[in-house]
Every structure is written in C-alpha cells, then in structure tokens.
Design a protein. Structure first.
Length: 225
C-alpha cells in the first residue's frame, strides 16, 4: 500500500470517526449496561460502549472491464489482468432502536468509507478506481457471537485509464456516483473486536463508457466503541 493511499485512508477514517462519535456518545447508560451484560445485541458494532465502529478490510477486486483487442495483446506481449488488491477503510454508527428488525435483536445503521480497488493492466496501460462510499446497513445476530448484515448505498468514484491506440481501450479520467451493495458476516472475538467476511459491489464510471461494477471479496477487523 503506497504512502499516498495510506494517507488518504487515514484522512477519511479521521473524518468518519469524528462524524460518527456524537451518535455513539448519545447511547444511554441503560442500553450500554444491557449490551455489556451479554444481551441479544452484544455482537453488534459498539456493543461494548456505544454504537460506533471503525473497520479495515483487505481483499481481492474484480474489474468488469474489456481488455481490448486480445489478438493484438498476444502479438505485442501485453498483459491483461482484471484482479488486484482492494482496501476498504470505514466508520459507522447505529441508528434508531437497538431492538428493531422485527424484535429479533437487529439494528439499522449508517456507514461512510473509502474504497481503493487497486489497478489492473489492460490496453497497454493501466486502469484504477477509488471512491467514497455511503451506505445504510441492516444487521442481525445469528447466535454464538456470529452476525450477518446487508448494505445498500452509493459510491462517488474516480477512475483513470491509460492505454495504447492499438488496444481499442479508451483512455482518460471519469468520476461520478454509482450504485453499491454488499453482504457479509461477522464474528466477535471480544465486545470491542470482531472479524468480518464481506462481499461488495460498486459501480464506477470509466472513460469511453457507462458505469461498470467492480466486485470485491475481503476479510477485515472492526473495532467497536
């Protein structure tokens, strides 16, 4: 992970944490006491002291992209790869009643994050995508420290594509909003630390075309406060 990518991640994390802290601070002492006692909400983000959480996921991205004129690639010895390492740094906070979602102990929340999909080799150059994501998250426990969640939102992304003329791949920069969604599962190590397995899809705008999805499978850690 380059220094510029790390600094971007830290900047987003700091802003997100500042935004989510006030919501976490409003949690009542009664709710906090219930969560600490191992109640049905004990696995959720912030069960230890509030409803806020910070997380970092690292995984594998898959670009839904065209590699251009494949025969020309073979003749020129050019690479075409559609996968790279992805990073997702995020912060969130619970919203509404912790006993919602039909009385099964679920919870809705909001999340903001920075996504870096890495870069791929295609068209004699490379293509990269990054963005800021805003999502609504719905969660539910399934017992013994395990939980599942789904999310729905939007990603404001920016992309850059470089290529050779012979490849047929348009080059240039694009930015804009796109649809995002994902699902995942978590497991509690403690009240404040959990492991996460996630699958996500983010739509990005690319030069010379419309919006195309980039999908990621990742694992990560969440710190809850």
């Amino acid at each position: 992970m380059s220094s510029s990518r790390l600094l971007s991640c830290l900047a987003i994390a700091g802003t997100a944490a500042a935004l989510s802290f006030p919501a976490a601070a409003q949690t009542t002492s009664t709710t906090t006491s219930s969560a600490r006692s191992g109640g049905p909400m004990g696995w959720l983000p912030g069960a230890g002291t509030g409803t806020g959480y910070l997380g970092l996921n690292v995984g594998r991205s898959r670009y839904n992209a065209d590699c251009g004129v494949r025969d020309a690639f073979r003749n020129l010895g050019l690479d075409c790869g559609l996968n790279d390492t992805s990073y997702h740094l995020y912060a969130g906070s619970g919203l509404g009643n912790r006993g919602g979602m039909g009385g099964i102990g679920g919870m809705f929340g909001g999340e903001i994050g920075y996504v870096d999909m890495g870069h791929i080799s295609r068209g004699g150059g490379d293509t990269r995508a990054r963005g800021v994501n805003l999502s609504l998250v719905g969660r539910a426990p399934i017992g013994a420290g395990f939980g599942v969640y789904g999310k729905l939102g939007t990603t404001y992304g920016w992309t850059r594509t470089s290529s050779t003329l012979a490849s047929g791949v348009p080059s240039g920069k694009e930015r804009g909003f796109g649809f995002s969604y994902g699902v995942g599962a978590s497991y509690d190590f403690t009240q404040n630390l959990a492991a996460v397995l996630a699958w996500d899809s983010h739509d990005f705008r690319f030069a010379g075309g419309g919006r195309d999805p980039i999908r990621t499978t990742s694992i990560g850690l969440q710190y809850r406060y």
